[in-house]
Design a protein around this ligand. Structure first.
Ligand SMILES: *Cc1c(COP(=O)(O)O)cnc(C)c1O
Length: 393
């Protein structure tokens, strides 16, 4: 059986694993910085790219390669490029695709630092950017310039749960020969595969769902084509954004239960979203699985599930949000998402606090918005905890 053609769960367990000479059931940790050549000739062949093998861990390492191949398989892509963090993946893409006097179009409510490094640092090197509502396809086309070299999407985006029609943006981008990258962190490869909708690059903060246990920082890029892989990989290697072998081992271990974790957390999230929507102290709930979500139909079209992330607004605004978070005991008051444990946070004062208030509100991040990353605890316990905390609001 060809492992890469198997079902998602089978690939989740087996894709990328290699035949270890000792029969090791899991990919061993090659905790080494460098690899000895048998002969001068072999070294020369490796450097010339004539033979496959490993030279130096910043360039490549068997433990890291196994993870890269595995996630590439789950994203239906050519190959993966693992990075030290999700931001390492974002930086690799910006550095490889953009330069002086080029322009990028991106989702206004992307992950805060993805926007921050563009506006605060890449701007210093002459890169310009337009942060717009990419859920509006006319807006996307309107902002394309002759120097636009990248369209960078995040869907669903953080923390507004707004969706962008990936196939719709790709259709426009193709006409202008602009590559499309999608941050797929919020969905994971289990719920959404952007490359299948024509995107050229997909990236993840594997810190979130893919590792799933809140104990590793990491990132990965998967490209659709070999050509794009050859464009991005040397940038990651040269900049030193590589993942570490031990990190890769832990992420690969977490990956093997991705679908099971998401299935359970999603079931919980659905129940909690419906419950919150009925609650008198809640102004509104944003969850792609609710009929009230403005893009519920798009979610059904491009995602295989609705995920585990809920955003909601309390009627009492900022003060109510703070009160709620101070009284929730089961969910941890913490940033990050996608782990087995529930996490709750307040974007206006935490993840998106670096944005000026006006830009924040433009991006749909209101003062009373609370973000809930639902874990795999017993849902009755999560509801009971929310109920007692809401009583104090
Ligand atoms: C966390 C996150 C990142 C950055 O990843 P790190 O691993 O923290 O560097 C990028 N995009 C999204 C959507 C994220 O949630």
């Amino acid at each position: 059986m060809k492992k890469n053609k198997a079902g998602f769960l089978t690939r989740m367990i087996h894709a990328g694993s290699f035949d270890d000479p000792w029969g090791s059931a899991v990919t061993p940790i090659y905790q080494t910085s460098t690899f000895a050549f048998k002969t001068a000739r072999q070294g020369a062949e490796l450097f010339a790219g004539e033979k496959k093998g490993y030279i130096y861990t910043r360039i490549g390492n068997p433990t890291i390669s196994a993870l890269e191949k595995s996630i590439a398989s789950l994203e239906n892509g050519f190959n993966g490029i693992a990075t030290a963090s999700g931001m390492g993946a974002v930086s690799t893409i910006y550095l490889a695709m953009l330069g002086k006097d080029t322009h990028m179009i991106s989702t206004a409510s992307v992950y805060g630092p993805s926007r921050g490094i563009m506006e605060n640092h890449f701007s210093r090197f002459g890169v310009s950017s337009s942060y717009i509502d990419t859920s509006n396809l006319e807006e996307v086309e309107k902002h394309i310039r002759p120097e636009t070299k990248l369209i960078y999407l995040e869907t669903p985006s953080n923390p507004t749960m707004q969706l962008t029609d990936i196939a719709g943006v790709v259709e426009i981008a193709r006409r202008y020969h602009i590559p499309v990258a999608v941050d797929n962190t919020f969905s994971s490869p289990y719920l959404q595969n952007p490359l299948d909708f024509g995107a050229d690059i997909v990236l993840h903060s594997v810190t979130k769902f893919i590792n799933g246990h809140a104990d590793v920082i990491g990132g990965i890029i998967v490209t659709k084509t070999e050509e794009m892989y050859r464009r991005l990989r040397p940038v990651m290697v040269a900049m030193g954004f590589n993942m570490d072998p031990h990190q890769a081992f832990l992420v690969h271990r977490g990956l093997k239960t991705l679908a099971l974790r998401i299935d359970k957390a999603e079931e919980n999230a659905f129940t909690i979203a419906q419950w919150l929507e009925q609650h008198p102290k809640v102004a509104w709930v944003k969850y792609p699985g609710l009929l009230s979500h403005p893009q519920h139909d798009l979610a059904k079209k491009q995602m295989r599930g609705f995920g585990t992330m809920i955003s909601f607004e309390l009627k009492g605004g900022l003060a109510a949000g703070e009160k709620l978070m101070d009284n929730v005991h089961l969910a941890l008051l913490a940033v990050s998402l996608g782990g087995v444990e529930s996490l709750i946070q307040h974007p206006a004062s935490m993840t998106h606090s670096s944005l000026p208030r006006e830009e924040r509100e433009d991006a749909g991040i209101t003062d009373g918005l609370v973000r809930f990353s639902v874990g795999i605890e017993n849902v009755e316990d999560l509801l009971e905890d929310l109920e007692q905390a809401l009583e104090k609001v």
